[in-house]
Design a protein around this ligand. Structure first.
Ligand code: V3L
Length: 85
């Protein structure tokens, strides 16, 4: 985003950047003060919880990952499952 920040979700030993569309949805919800945001990610519905800073799968709340808003320049595994080289 203009301020140099991006949205990330946790993988095994590292962070993945969200795809661009989902990032924009997260950013809009976060900036408008919503506490949660519903996300459609490869056919699955997830909830982003900005209080807990978690992503939870809607139909299986045990599938949860940490999320964060951090500088776009941090080390990352890739974007939405696409590895950086
Ligand atoms: N964006 C894209 N794919 C996602 C996302 C998301 N926000 N959330 C879950 N998935 P779960 P390593 C991840 C995928 O949470 O080696 C990564 O993108 C998720 O993909 O149980 O552990 C990698 O592709 C997983 O395949 O609902 O770091 C992959 O894991 C699937 O949905 C391996 O990453 C189930 O996730």
């Amino acid at each position: 985003f203009e301020d140099g920040y991006q949205w990330f979700y946790e993988g095994r030993s590292g962070w993945w950047q969200y795809d661009e569309r989902t990032s924009r949805e997260l950013e809009a919800a976060y900036k408008s003060g919503q506490r949660t945001c519903e996300l459609l990610i490869v056919g699955q519905l997830y909830i982003a919880d900005f209080d807990a800073m978690l992503q939870l799968r809607r139909n299986d709340l045990s599938r949860r990952r940490r999320i964060k808003r951090d500088l776009a320049s941090i080390p990352k595994k890739g974007i939405a499952g696409l590895r950086l080289e």
